[in-house]
Write a protein that binds this ligand. Structure first.
Ligand code: SF4
Length: 375
């Protein structure tokens, strides 16, 4: 008898039955099966399957981190069309922190629970390499208990361009300076025809993957994102996930996958598409559930409450998500493109959000070491 029958899954879409059996037997899904997951109208079964896989990986635990977002500059020459964050030097709203400004910013937001400083910024055309090394080593020595999770693969590629050093040399020097992990930004969508349209001057898909491969080889864990809800197709989303899955097979080191919902304000792409609506709740949930089922070698799928709201993030915990990011404190990138959420959240609000679902909150660090279990 099929495993799905044994578990009495009430599957309404017959196309899901063989897929459900594969999932329940722990078998890997292929591209065509992923397309069926994306197109099914039987969302309750999709969510239930993703929840079963989530539970296999983490039981009843749901993770969060005490983090601080640091964007040392919004000056950027790259011109991604979905981005409302970038500024030119002389443009209103531009900022560019010297190291003293960085220390003052972190001092201002520091508290004893702070575990992670997450850094991503614009591609500044004039800053020299020593500045970035001094920034990481300075934060590491000033805040010994705080982990520095810094710079997307796109920024690592930029550093490589300005220094003519290899990815390996750049990452080795950052690690030496104190870098503990990397965020997952800059991935956008790997499919070339979309990337050309939304991020044509950014690191290529192959370059992004090569940076992460190199980081993993050097013992630097990383994360991975995917920007969705703009001009990409569902096939493009799946292609993106499968390329990440392949890299994780070949060179493990990804900690989490974080779908980022397109924010439709203050950016050229929203204007070009005449788009003012956010992704729908069902699209967000479906995307996370498909990710949980396709990325069988990723430890965590993250619901990024900044972009999909805390309320929906709470629901994602029942459709494959095992991590709700964290307190965040001073998010600026998504808000520059229209995010309507707060810029940060208190620990007590996060605990309430998780506990209300029946899950056990776990405070973690940037590497998913468990710091406190709220049993
Ligand atoms: S997304 Fe990043 S690289 Fe692209 S324009 Fe914005 S700040 Fe620059």
């Amino acid at each position: 008898m099929a495993v799905s029958n044994l578990l009495k899954l009430n599957i309404r879409d017959p196309k899901l039955k063989p897929i459900a059996d594969k999932i329940l037997e722990g078998k890997r899904l292929d591209f065509d099966e992923g397309m069926i997951l994306y197109s099914t109208r039987d969302f309750p079964t999709l969510a239930r399957l993703a929840d079963i896989v989530r539970e296999r990986k983490v039981g009843q635990k749901a993770y969060f981190v005490h983090s601080l977002r640091l964007s040392q500059t919004n000056i950027c020459y790259v011109g991604c069309t979905f981005c409302g964050f970038q500024r030119r030097f002389d443009e209103e709203g531009a900022w560019d922190y010297d190291l003293e400004d960085v220390w003052a910013f972190v001092d201002n937001h520091y508290h004893p629970e702070l575990t992670e400083i997450h850094i991503s910024s614009g591609h500044h055309p004039k800053r020299k390499w020593d500045y970035y090394l001094d920034l990481v080593s300075g934060l590491t020595s000033r805040y010994p208990g705080v982990q520095v999770k810094a710079w997307t693969a796109a920024e690592i590629h930029h550093f490589s361009k300005i220094t003519r050093m290899s990815y390996r040399e750049i990452l080795s020097e950052l690690k030496e300076a104190g870098l503990v992990a990397m965020p997952g930004g800059g991935a956008e969508i790997f499919a070339e025809h979309v990337r050309k349209r939304i991020a044509k001057n950014k690191v290529t898909a192959d370059g992004w993957l090569e940076v992460h491969r190199t980081a993993h080889e050097l013992g630097i864990p990383t994360n991975a994102t995917m920007l969705y809800g703009h001009v990409e197709s569902l096939a493009d989303r799946l292609d993106h996930m499968l390329r990440l899955r392949q890299l994780q097979d070949e060179s493990p080191g990804f900690l989490s996958f974080i779908p980022l919902a397109f924010q439709p304000d203050n950016n050229p792409l929203a204007k070009e598409l005449n788009k003012s609506e956010f992704t729908t709740g069902l699209d967000d949930l479906r995307n996370l559930a498909v990710a949980r089922l396709m990325l069988d070698n990723f430890p965590h799928i993250k619901g990024y409450w900044i972009m999909i709201t805390p309320e929906l993030t709470q629901v994602t915990l029942s459709s494959g998500v095992s991590d709700v990011d964290g307190t965040i404190k001073d998010e600026r990138i998504a808000h520059a493109s229209g995010a309507v959420t707060e810029r940060g959240m208190t620990e007590s609000a996060l605990l309430r959000l998780i506990k209300d679902t029946g899950r056990v909150p776990v405070k973690r660090d940037a590497l998913y070491n468990e710091l406190k279990v709220y049993a």
